[in-house]
Design a binder for this molecule. Sequence first.
Ligand code: CA2
Length: 149
Amino acid sequence: MSRIVSILNGPNLDLLGKRQAEIYGHETLADVEAECRRVGGELGLAIEFHQSNREDAIIEQIHAARGRSAGIVINPAAFSHTSVAILDALQAFEGPIVEVHVSNIHKREDFRRHSYVSAVASGVIAGCGAQGYGFALQRIAKLIGEPKN
Ligand code: CA2
């Protein structure tokens, strides 16, 4: 079985660490990727890391994960709150999905409290900064089980 995990990031996450540090912290998306590769390495996972500002590109990345990746970690960013299309794409993925938000979406504006993606996520992590991605990878590793030797 594949040990690939697709880590998908939505719009404006390329700005992490460059603006609004009081909400999103000082870590950049490159720091997030480095943390994912470090934790993924410890867990024996092969990390495929993507970011796009375009909904269609994220949907294509979800399609590409079908039959290839063991799990998906996704921070859909603003599309969390708007996109039935991303929800539909994720419903066609067979493995575990963990949704991550860098900020605690529950202590912000009301419109951020609802995520379409949460309906298909086996777990949701919010407010743990870049570390949340590492937690998500630990959860995926637990759900897919030990590597076969
Ligand atoms: O907390 C999260 O991870 C979010 O998914 C981030 C999204 C936001 O729309 C969600 O409600 C929660 C925003 C992506 C980052 O946007 C930035 C904009 C300016 C500066 C830095 C980041």
